[in-house]
Design a protein around this ligand. Structure first.
Ligand SMILES: *Cc1c(COP(=O)(O)O)cnc(C)c1O
Length: 404
């Protein structure tokens, strides 16, 4: 006998920490853009696990690589070498034009590792006095959930009663290059920023912002650290979101879709100087760079490129954005997006975005609200034109309802 939705929800509530409030669907299978619940209902996934399944659910080639590697060797620790790590380094470096790679597991670990590395670079290369390094970050950032990271969040929900926090971070408004210039001191080692603020509600900075940011970082000898954990790997219609502005970060953070959703894999990519400061014994991770992770990541980036998913994200993203803009509904305040990283912001009078996400579930679409008023739409990058049109029809009927 299979469990019922009610049993499983009650069991979760009884034994689990209540740190999430999921939409009321219990999923048991996925393929491409589709997922199925335990009763057999099919949904178009418009969240893609926060962009971790850009390649689509259970991509057969990534699955094959994972199974094949799992049969041979899964974990050696970095005390010994494995035959996948070098190939992962070589392929990700060639793809992104990076010089050095540090493999980790979760996105937050990549962010923490970057913070440690740029501080070390600051002391050992830039010559900042010990203990004085400053890192500039943006208001409404989302970089993960570890203590170091939530300490420089501006979201009260994220921070409250988790302190005390580490010093050394300065917060400036996102999209404001003059604010960055004002915040820089001789002790600034890095500017850590998302190319598009995802969790904040798909906030796209003004055109030219990152060109100015790049110039300021170069002129003041500080490292530009781009958190591309959500925007990277095709989501915005380019391999990396930085390419929209024709700039190059000094340090790039990848995670999420780096495994196509099969396994936690993240990476810090940098120029020679920053990761070059790490020497044996100074940083590490038991699972970081394990052969299973490397084999999965190699397959995940191979299919992303070989199957044209990045170009498809640009093409279908433009179609989706146009379609959303064509919806005439009093509920809609603004539609935003780049590639398949899209959002519909509702008027406060329209009621909470959560209600619309629940209504969409009834029509076979799974989407997630963020910050009360915004519905984010980010399907896997394998979505077709017909599927985009199918989703737009359902979004149009849902958004023209008044659910306040
Ligand atoms: C999801 C995310 C992270 C954190 O990744 P985890 O794997 O959840 O630790 C960091 N930065 C950005 C921009 C993200 O979207």
């Amino acid at each position: 006998m299979s469990s019922s939705v009610i049993d499983l929800v009650a069991t979760e509530a009884r034994f689990g920490a209540h740190n999430y409030e999921p939409i009321g669907v219990v999923l048991s299978r996925g393929e491409g853009v589709w997922v199925w619940d335990i009763e057999g209902n099919r949904y178009l996934d418009c969240l893609s696990a926060y962009s971790a399944v850009n390649q689509g659910h259970c991509h057969p080639k990534i699955l094959a690589a994972m199974v094949e590697q799992a049969r041979r060797l899964t974990l050696t620790s970095r005390a010994f070498r494995n035959d996948q790590l070098a190939l992962f380094y070589e392929e990700i470096a060639a793809l992104t034009g990076s010089h050095k790679v540090l493999p980790m597991n979760s996105g937050a670990e990549a962010v923490e590792s970057a913070i440690k590395s740029v501080r070390k670079w600051g002391y050992e290369v830039k010559g900042v006095p010990d203990g004085q390094a400053e890192i500039i970050v943006c208001a409404n950032n989302f970089h993960g959930r570890t203590l170091g990271i939530v300490g420089f969040s501006t979201d009260p929900e994220t921070r409250t009663h988790f302190g005390p926090f580490a010093p050394g971070f300065k917060i400036i408004p996102f999209g404001d290059a003059a604010a960055l210039e004002d915040a820089i001191t001789p002790n600034t080692v890095a500017f850590l920023v998302e190319p598009i603020q995802g969790e904040a509600g798909v906030i796209i900075p003004p055109a030219g912002y990152f060109t100015e940011v790049r110039e300021l970082c170069t002129a003041n000898n500080l490292m530009l650290v781009l958190d591309e954990i959500q925007t990277g790997l095709g989501r915005t219609g380019r391999l990396l979101a930085e390419q929209h502005e024709g700039i190059e970060a000094d340090v790039t953070l990848l995670g999420k879709a780096l495994s196509g959703g099969f396994y936690p894999v993240s990476a810090v990519l940098s120029n020679n100087e920053v990761l070059g400061t790490l020497r044996p014994g100074q940083h590490g991770s038991t699972f970081g760079g394990n052969p299973l992770a490397c084999a999965v990541a190699r397959a995940a980036i191979r299919v992303l490129v070989e199957e044209g998913m990045i170009e498809n994200a640009a093409r279908q993203g433009a179609r989706f954005l146009e379609g959303l803009k064509d919806i005439r509904a009093n509920t809609i305040r603004e539609v935003r997006g780049r590639g398949l990283m899209l959002a519909v912001e509702l008027h406060p009078e329209a009621g909470r975005a959560r209600r619309y996400c629940e209504a969409l579930q009834g029509k076979g679409i799974l989407a997630k609200d963020t910050h009360q008023q915004t519905i984010r739409i980010a399907p896997p990058l394998v979505i077709t034109s017909d599927q985009v049109d199918w989703a737009l029809e359902r979004l149009a009927t849902t958004l023209t309802q008044d659910l306040s």
